[in-house]
Design a protein around this ligand. Structure first.
Ligand code: NAP
Length: 291
């Protein structure tokens, strides 16, 4: 039995889909407020709970052989990126789980002081690596599925908002490829106890993205490019009324201010371990936008 957290999210939904296509038994951890009918139709067992509740995690982990942790936090890094994963690892140990796949983030090891999600991911990585449980840590760059709503807005308006440096490099990864790696990690010996940087097949600049949209929809992009200090101004003002939100914006700022790309060697290593060619961003978008 596989336990998948974040099963209604961009990665988790695809992980459940792939596992069910292989007829694997899957327990999908979902919230009552989530949209989970697709998972049920695919034959996943639903566990309705809340990842902030250790008791729910303890129950969800019973009789589980593999755990794939894909959940996100939307601002509460301490409770969800950190504590919920630590609890999942403790339960993995207690239940003799054979393999734990953790979706971290590219750059987790860089020690960004201002980015709670990055710090939480790094601490969870360390905890998992010393837990005694077999693991695979996948550190993805930006997910291609996150660009789909932006592409739809572009289709309607031709507009693209790009905050900060246009020339920063990124290796957006196909969310379908990432899900496949997460599933295959459990069985591939070469992926066992590995920490892998995960990107797409090409290194792009952030400015390439609206141009890809432009090619797909056959329209010239209008790029709105405010400087990064506007985010700093907004954060400062927000901090006066809501210090918690100001902290959460630290992760957002870190993502905008830095480069997140994989080297050619890292991509070659991924393709060698998982034995499939990584999909370019334009191909992912064309498949999902039906153009
Ligand atoms: N997005 C990126 O570009 C990116 C890049 C690198 C790494 N990552 C990592 O990849 C993972 C998935 O990202 P994503 O963008 O696919 O996430 P997402 O689509 O936002 O999904 C987040 C998932 O977590 C679940 N969740 C959130 N809070 C929960 C709670 N309190 N209890 C139970 N479930 C909860 C959500 O359930 P609901 O449906 O109920 O909201 C959803 O299924 C995250 O670990 C993220 O840090 C993302």
């Amino acid at each position: 039995m596989f336990l998948v957290t974040g099963a209604t999210g961009g990665i988790g939904r695809r992980v459940v889909r792939l596992l069910r296509e292989n007829n694997a038994r899957v327990r999908a951890f979902v919230r009552l407020s989530s949209r989970y009918d697709e998972l049920e139709h695919r034959g996943a067992e639903l566990f309705i709970g809340e990842l902030r509740e250790p008791r729910d995690i303890e129950k969800a982990c019973r009789q589980v052989k593999y755990i794939i942790s894909t959940h996100g936090s939307r601002g509460d890094a301490l409770a969800l990126d950190y504590r919920a994963n630590i609890e999942l690892i403790d339960q993995a140990k207690a239940n003799g789980v054979e393999h734990f796949v953790f979706i971290s983030v590219l750059g987790a090891e860089r020690g960004y002081e201002d980015a709670p999600v990055f710090k939480a991911k790094r601490e969870v990585e360390r905890y998992l690596q010393t837990s005694g449980v077999n693991y695979t840590i996948l550190r993805p760059a930006g997910l291609a599925s996150n660009l789909l709503p932006l592409a739809e807005t572009f289709r309607q308006t031709g507009l693209y908002l790009l905050i900060g440096d246009r020339t920063n490099r990124t290796s957006i990864v196909s969310t379908d490829d990432l899900a496949k790696m997460a599933v295959d990690s459990v069985t591939l010996l070469a992926a066992c106890n590995q920490v892998l940087s995960v990107g797409g097949s090409e290194i792009l600049t952030r400015e390439d993205i609206p141009h890809i949209f432009g090619r797909i929809f056959n329209r010239e992009p209008v790029i709105i490019n405010p400087p990064l200090f506007l985010v700093d101004g907004l954060r400062g003002a927000l901090g006066l009324i809501n210090p918690q939100a100001e902290k959460a914006l630290g992760t957002f700022r870190t993502l905008l201010a830095n480069e997140f790309f994989c080297t050619k060697e890292e991509i070659a290593k991924l393709e060698a371990i998982f034995n499939f060619p990584l999909e370019p961003l334009e191909s992912f978008l064309r498949r999902h936008l039906s153009v």
